[in-house]
Design a protein around this ligand. Structure first.
Ligand code: PEP
Ligand code: MG
Length: 590
């Protein structure tokens, strides 16, 4: 038995075999060919280049239609690689000179060019190696008659292990048969962690190189609460994990009665209980957990699940399905928040040295009008079927909000002229997830209908801690005085302007912060469905005055560690009091 320690990213436990996923390049086997076969080999190479060209051209065509030439640029550069004499002529020469197969020749020709690019000082040229490898992968697959090379999920219930999973990989793998995730990279707020929590799948991330020890088929026990992965668990550990899953079922059953009750404090304040979702399939679970609406629909996954940009009609279908599922409850559609770790090649995003400070969220949207307009039109049209709301990500100031609202007006005018059903008055809100937005919250509040705190990014940008870097994951400190002050002041600014303020970052899904959010005076919280009953239970037990007192005390602390200790002491004391009163068990922290 061996215990690997990482970062607890999504609660719960699992006991199952490992399904290790890795993006593997096709393996090139070198073969020596008789001279008589070389012409045919060169032909085979040209055939594969033609197949690759056709695949890329089809993608470019679809992309240009949706995004304009800028969006298709990256794939057009792939077409140029296919025509690059340095590669193609060299590969043909290698087939003839070395009497080798086309796979080996093409691989060697690409490797020579890549080596030269890697030697240059120019960072942009070095980055092109990534594109070369992409094209090599495509041509080799065509030569070998292999499929597209997308990652596949497990066929039987398993623990999915990987070095890292990009959001598009997670979308490709899906949730089917995934009992837990064990990943080498990542932190609590990386998107795979968020997705895992939203789907209620236990996850441990930041395991580092140790994840390579998890081999296909090995039995492992994953503890998403403690951040541990037990390799080859002994009999006692197996028994303990079986018991833990049984206990989880019992706790869930106990919380079941809360489903139709409001999150009202003993002194009568009601907190809106919303959920974060990514896909229509999550609606059923959200309602089963008592969701009063969707506080954050991350639309990225709708884009990442496919190879090309979803059209307005395709988006409308998905959005309308969600609205129908939520049966009259409000749904907040967040416009595409691509960038950071959420990159998708077909969107034309390039690798950047500081992706979280780069072409992300609203910046990307405003630079890609056709894409933004298609999404906005789909949302306005979906709003004809129920109370939809619109929310923009990564706002840093009033200019971006105004520009985005101008595009909204343009869409509404078009829809009206086309006579298409839509709701011209849907509420438009913004994420408060940059310190700049929090600091000018009063100015922003005057020009929008609601705020939602994105604490994953707000903590990242305020404390200058990369949310994907496991080494600085310890700096994810939602009760750091800097974060608490921003939350307090921006909430006050919203209320002074008469608009609502909610939260949809991970902080809301962690039960240990529920009283803090209540003390802040937020109007609603948007959480992972599985966490909703626990948060509701805490709200129903906590008088507002008590939460306000706790927040006031936290705000007097000079360090995050002191604030954290104060919170831990408060929660321990509360648990003790409840145990004394012989009430139902206080749920543990998330
Ligand atoms: C956030 O930043 O807190 C948030 C909810 O957005 P995302 O995690 O999608 O960046
Ligand atoms: Mg964010």
């Amino acid at each position: 038995m061996r215990i690997l320690r990482g970062i607890p990213a999504s609660p719960g436990t699992a006991l199952a075999g490992v399904h290790h996923v890795a993006r593997e390049l096709p393996v090139v086997v070198r073969a020596e060919l008789p001279a008589a076969d070389l012409d045919r080999e060169v032909e085979r190479l040209h055939g594969a280049l033609t197949t690759a060209r056709a695949q890329i051209q089809a993608l470019v065509a679809r992309l240009s239609a949706d995004l304009g030439p800028e969006g298709a640029a990256i794939l057009e550069s792939h077409l140029l690689i296919l025509e690059d004499e340095l590669i193609v002529d060299r590969a043909v020469a290698l087939v003839r000179e070395q009497s080798c197969n086309a796979e080996a020749a093409f691989h060697d020709a690409v490797a020579e060019v890549a080596a030269r690019l890697l030697e240059t000082e120019d960072g942009y040229l070095r980055e092109r190696v990534q594109d070369l490898r992409d094209v090599e992968d495509r041509v080799l697959r065509a030569l070998m008659g292999l499929g597209s090379g997308r990652l596949v999920g497990p066929a039987t219930p398993s623990v999915v292990a990987a070095d890292d999973l990009a959001p598009s990989d997670t979308a490709a793998i899906g949730a089917r048969n995934v009992l837990a995730f064990a990943l080498g990279a990542g932190s609590r707020t990386s998107h795979v962690a968020i997705l895992a929590r939203s789907l209620g799948i236990p996850a441990v991330v930041g395991l580092g190189d140790a994840v390579a020890e998890l081999r296909d088929g090995d039995l492992v026990a994953v503890d998403g609460d403690r951040g541990e992965v037990v390799l080859q668990p002994d009999g006692e550990t197996v028994a303990r994990f079986r018991q833990l899953s049984q206990q989880q079922l019992t706790v869930n059953a106990k919380l079941d009665h809360l489903r139709d009750l409001p999150a009202t404090t003993p002194d009568g304040r009601r907190l809106g209980m919303l959920v974060n979702i990514e896909m229509p399939v999550e609606v059923e679970k959200a309602l089963a957990c008592g969701a009063e609406g969707v506080g954050l629909l991350r639309t990225e996954y709708i884009y990442f699940q496919r190879q090309t940009i979803p059209t307005e009609a395709q988006q409308l279908e998905i959005y309308a399905e969600i609205m129908r599922g939520m049966a009259g409850r409000p749904v907040v559609f967040r416009t595409l928040d691509v960038g950071g770790d959420k990159v998708q090649r077909y969107l034309g995003a390039r690798k950047e040295s500081n992706p979280f400070l780069g072409w992300r969220g609203i910046r990307f949207l405003l630079a890609n009008r056709p894409l933004l307009k298609a999404q906005l039109r789909a949302i306005y049209r979906a709003a004809a079927g129920g109370p939809a709301r619109l929310m923009f990500p990564m706002i840093t100031g009033v200019e971006e909000l105004r520009e985005a609202r101008d595009v909204c007006r343009e869409c509404v005018a078009e829809l009206a002229a086309e006579g298409l059903p839509h709701d011209p008055d849907l509420e438009v809100g913004i994420m408060i997830e940059t310190p700049a937005a929090a600091l000018v919250a009063d100015l922003l509040a005057a020009e929008c209908d609601f705020f939602s705190f994105g604490t994953n990014d707000l903590v990242q940008y305020t404390l200058a801690m990369d949310r994907l870097n496991s080494r600085v994951a310890y700096l994810y400190q939602p009760v750091h005085p800097a974060v608490l002050r921003l939350l307090r002041d921006a909430t006050a600014a919203a209320h002074a302007a008469g608009i609502r303020a909610g939260i949809c970052g991970e902080m809301a899904s962690e039960t240990r912060y529920a009283e803090v959010l209540l003390g802040l005076g937020l109007d609603d919280v948007s959480v992972h469905a599985a966490q909703l009953p626990k948060i509701k239970q805490v709200v129903r037990w906590t008088p507002v005055a008590e939460a306000q007192g706790l927040l006031a005390d936290l705000l007097t602390r000079r360090t995050a560690a002191e604030a954290d200790r104060l919170l831990a002491d408060y929660l321990a004391e509360k648990k003790r009091r409840r145990a004394e009163a012989a009430g139902p068990e206080v749920p543990d922290g998330a």
